[in-house]
Design a protein around this ligand. Structure first.
Ligand code: AMP
Length: 424
């Protein structure tokens, strides 16, 4: 199904063709006509589904169609994002898609100079992409007004809530006219998201293209059992011996991410860390270095990695398992994008086995840790093997048929030792 059948103008169809998109993704197929019709949308879709074009293309078309003149310091469409990286990426997409429509757009986020942003806002904008904190600074300074907003997009709203932006979001929403069109994108529909939607959306059309299981279907998921103190060594060995060239590694804390990147550098692997305490310049440099192939390993925290758009990322490694199982799905969603196969590897210490079990329950798939010779965990190893199925069968919920086919049933461990069955 070509883009034109969705009702998009020739300028926008040319813009997506120039980016090499042949056909709309499922979120685009569903969202574009609804947004073009002026309806509110509540969409469950993560990064990697093509959601940005899903809201940006019809939004640009509506702005171009109504063609209202710009007033100084006003904004016609506002896109709120949780992180600077996502704001920059969304801003880039908006200007790329809207190139032929002569709409004015800009991005504002913290950590960079205020005054250039004031200049960008001064003459008015068709589209502003912003993070909440810096946008509030501008509102307080009177350098922008939201009185003329026609379309509001809350991108990765669940992550904005996770990052504690709810009060900032409310303050911003209070400044936006109530007769606007609102589009809310979130990886999941939690109760909090539904509450937010109930308050700020008007009879939204619900779109759900990312049921939890299907998002991870194309990703092979493996785990290695290893002591916490030897994870870095195992990681270096895996990267080196497999000659992996581009690996996104997740660490739980900013400090842990820094330390890991430094140690990997000492092991001879070009690495950098990306997290919220890094300056904007350092984050951009690290991302560019990783994309260009100068860096082999990018170590990221969950928040910093959220929304990173890196094409064809082959491999994600969880150096630490996430505390929140849903974050595992977000993490591994960085690989296997746009229909390609991906691979996710988790390093699991004995005290993380409970976290692994919660993840397995969420994704409805068993991931039995393998043990590599020389890296056998010293303590608590027995607990890394799942309890034997009870009589009458395993109590776990059945995985979808295609996933069951791709993984062998767990074998009984020989002699009470560790199982090394893989789950691919
Ligand atoms: P997003 O979910 O918006 O972050 O987009 C994920 C990736 O998919 C980005 O690299 C986009 O450039 C790419 N993309 C978006 N729409 C399409 C499409 N229709 N066909 C192929 N790639 C796409």
């Amino acid at each position: 199904m070509p883009f034109a059948t969705l009702g998009l103008r020739a300028e926008l169809c040319r813009a997506v063709a120039a980016r090499g998109y042949a056909n709309p993704t499922p979120i685009q197929q569903q969202a574009v006509p609804v947004v073009l019709a002026g309806q509110d949308v509540l969409a469950a879709a993560q990064t990697g589904t093509g959601k940005t074009a899903g809201f940006a293309l019809p939004m640009l078309q509506r702005l171009a169609d109504s063609g209202r003149p710009l007033r100084p310091r006003t904004v016609r469409a506002l896109i709120l994002t949780p992180t600077r990286e996502l704001a920059a990426q969304v801003g880039d997409s908006v200007s790329a898609y809207g190139g032929e429509l002569r709409l004015k757009s800009a991005v504002v986020f913290g950590g960079v100079g205020f005054n250039p942003q004031v200049t960008a806002l001064a003459r008015g904008l068709d589209v502003l992409t912003a993070t909440p904190g810096r946008l509030l600074d501008h509102l307080q300074q009177g350098t922008v007004s939201l009185d003329a907003v026609e379309i509001l997009v809350l991108d990765e709203a669940d992550r904005m809530l996770d990052m504690g932006f709810i009060r900032d979001m409310r303050r911003i929403l209070a400044r936006v006219p109530s007769d606007r069109q609102t589009l809310l994108f979130s990886a999941t529909f939690s109760q909090e998201i539904r509450d937010l939607a109930g308050q700020f959306l008007r009879r939204p059309v619900e779109i759900d293209v990312a049921p939890r299981n299907t998002t991870v279907e194309r990703i092979s998921q493996e785990a290695y059992a290893v002591d916490k103190t030897r994870k870095r060594e195992l990681l270096s060995w895996l990267v080196g011996s497999n000659n992996w060239r581009q690996v996104l590694v997740f660490a739980r804390t900013k400090h842990g991410a820094n330390r890991l990147a430094e140690q990997l550098e000492k092991d001879g692997l070009r690495s950098a860390a990306i997290h919220g305490n890094k300056s904007q310049g350092a984050r951009t440099r690290a991302l560019e270095g990783f994309k260009s192939g100068d860096l082999r390993v990018l170590v990221a925290t969950d928040i910093a990695a959220r929304g990173l758009d890196i094409d064809q990322l082959p491999l994600v490694v969880n150096h630490d398992l996430p505390q929140v199982p849903a974050d595992y799905v977000h993490r591994i969603g960085r690989t296997g994008r746009a229909g390609r196969d991906g691979r996710a590897i988790s390093l699991v210490a004995p005290d993380e086995i409970g976290l692994l079990r919660s993840i397995e329950r969420l994704i409805n798939l068993r991931i039995t840790p393998q043990v590599l010779p020389g890296y056998e965990p010293s303590a608590g190893a027995a607990s890394m093997v799942s309890p034997e199925p009870r009589r009458g069968g395993d109590r776990r919920p059945a995985a979808p048929a295609d996933q069951q086919r791709r993984r062998p049933r767990r074998r009984r461990p020989q002699g009470g030792g560790l199982s090394s069955a893989t789950t691919r």
